[in-house]
Design a binder for this molecule. Structure first.
Ligand SMILES: NC(=O)c1ccc[n+]([C@@H]2O[C@H](COP(=O)([O-])OP(=O)(O)OC[C@H]3O[C@@H](n4cnc5c(N)ncnc54)[C@H](O)[C@@H]3O)[C@@H](O)[C@H]2O)c1
Length: 449
């Protein structure tokens, strides 16, 4: 951990702007265009960060990973040290060699600490940032990367509360002015089966959609115990899934994928209102130890024209997600239209029934985690960059809205979620600060803020 790890949100944004100007001066412009080499800076070196770095190296020719940053030097198999070893080993990977790509990571381009993201963004030559930290930091990191004029691949979700999403939507406008390429980790949008399905839905294969459902019902998520010597902040970042300000709860962190698929089917509309419930089965005594997330949610999202979408998500071992392919899968979406129905599910057949029956086998699917980078890089090189930030921000806010409804017991409108004043990010962050976790929400008592 860096000793100079004290910073506030305002400082974050101020120093980002300074870093942005410095970078522009140092590099004389930062866009990758035409046949330019894509020079990747990775922020957040855990499971997905390492995976995304490998994916981008498999996605196109002319890709180099040249800077990485993480809060931890080493946290089990996460952090700078294990990530650097893993990424350097990719120089021997057959596909990476075939494409002529490389990992070039001298130790002085591997940054540790809360300010590591600024150093990655300011590294001369970096023109493609990958964000894969826990989601609570995402709005700050997105705003900083866009202020510096970098192309961006951001993991989902892109925030955990209304203030964070407002910041992302502001940055989105700036990214369009700057013509940056921005991809999001909602990889279904780059998965052949989903794309073919959506093409048919949008061409009217099932008529007008009248209602839908989406589920992510699975088993319990990991829990990482606090280790000797960890500060409160170390522990919460290490065990981030269980702390709302870092994770957003699993309806936001994970179920956003299914909500995003439904919103895509609905022509990228967002809900107008949500009403829902949720709760926790995991033992809970002290939020500072046990965390403060729920283990299940069920939400009715109302979309324009009175279209209702039932959303369910669960992380409870031993529950039935149904593995019978004739029925719903634990991770799935389904749409009912005026002329037919459509069902999509994780690693199952995509199916349209009704007027125009059609199926697509998951065996014919592609590798969406690679494809999302291929699509982004091609668009940047063509000079017609794709920008997925608004869609992922709106899917994230829909999920936040569902969580707000379940936590408070109130019907929550889109405007209430978007204009929410509940900023869950601590005002100041320092490694050795005392950091109290918020208590578990109780419907009917937790206020709608
Ligand atoms: N698209 C997908 O299918 C998919 C799959 C898995 C994870 N994800 C997303 O990827 C993100 C990361 O998930 P993961 O499974 O890799 O988690 P992880 O715990 O394995 O890794 C997170 C890493 O981020 C680092 N980190 C946290 N805060 C940081 C900060 N402020 N600055 C720098 N580094 C910081 C941690 O130290 C850790 O190394 C999450 O948003 C998750 O939702 C997406």
């Amino acid at each position: 951990m860096s000793k100079n790890n004290q910073t506030s949100r305002r400082q974050f944004l101020k120093t980002s702007a300074v870093a942005a100007t410095a970078t522009l001066l140092a590099t004389g412009g930062v866009h990758a265009a035409g046949g330019d080499t894509i020079k990747v800076g990775l922020i957040g070196c855990g499971g997905r960060g390492k995976g995304a770095a490998e994916n981008v190296l498999h996605a196109a020719k002319g890709v180099e990973v040249i800077a990485i940053g993480d809060y931890f030097e080493k946290d089990e198999d996460r952090g700078i040290e294990p990530a650097r070893d893993f990424l350097l080993s990719l120089n021997n990977n057959a596909r990476v060699k075939e494409l002529g790509n490389k990992v070039d990571l001298p130790k002085d381009r591997c940054y540790v600490g809360l300010d590591a993201y600024e150093k990655v963004i300011a590294t001369p030559g970096v023109n493609y940032i990958i964000l894969a930290t826990s989601p609570g930091f995402r709005p700050i990191h997105i705003a900083a990367a866009i202020a510096a004029g970098k192309n961006l691949f951001t993991e989902k979700p892109v925030g955990v509360d209304g203030p964070g999403i407002r910041r992302v939507l502001e940055a989105e406008k700036e990214s369009r002015t700057k013509k940056l390429g921005i991809g999001a980790g909602t990889q279904r949008r780059h998965q052949t089966g989903y794309r073919e399905t959506m093409k048919r839905i949008h061409d009217g294969a099932i008529g007008h959609i009248v209602n839908a459902r989406c589920y992510w019902n699975g088993g319990a998520i990991w829990f990482r115990d606090r280790r000797e010597g960890m500060t409160d902040l170390d522990y919460q970042i290490h065990n981030w899934y269980h702390f709302g300000w870092l994770c957003g709860d699993h309806i936001v962190e994970q179920h956003v994928h299914n909500i995003d698929a439904v919103q895509w089917a609905l022509g990228n509309q967002h809900p107008v209102r949500a009403l829902g419930m949720g709760g926790r089965v995991r033992p809970y005594k002290n939020a500072n130890v046990d965390g403060n997330i729920y283990n299940y949610f069920a939400v009715d999202f109302e979309y324009p024209h009175n279209v209702h979408v039932l959303s369910m998500c669960r992380q409870v071992n031993g529950s039935d997600g149904s593995t019978d392919p004739r029925h719903v899968s634990g991770i799935s979406e389904a749409l009912v239209g005026t002329k037919g129905m459509c069902a999509t599910a994780d690693r199952r057949e995509y199916r349209i029934t009704g007027n125009k029956t059609w199926t697509f086998s998951p065996e014919d699917d592609n590798a969406p985690y690679v494809q999302e980078h291929t699509d982004l890089i091609e668009s940047i090189r063509k000079g017609e960059p794709i920008n997925e930030l608004q869609n992922v921000a709106e899917s994230t806010l829909a999920a936040i809205m569902g969580r707000m409804a379940a936590y408070t017991g109130k019907a929550v409108t889109w405007q209430q979620a978007l204009n929410s004043k509940l900023d869950t990010m601590p005002e100041k962050l320092a490694r050795d600060m005392k950091l109290e976790a918020a208590p578990l929400a109780v419907a009917g008592k937790t206020p709608l803020i």
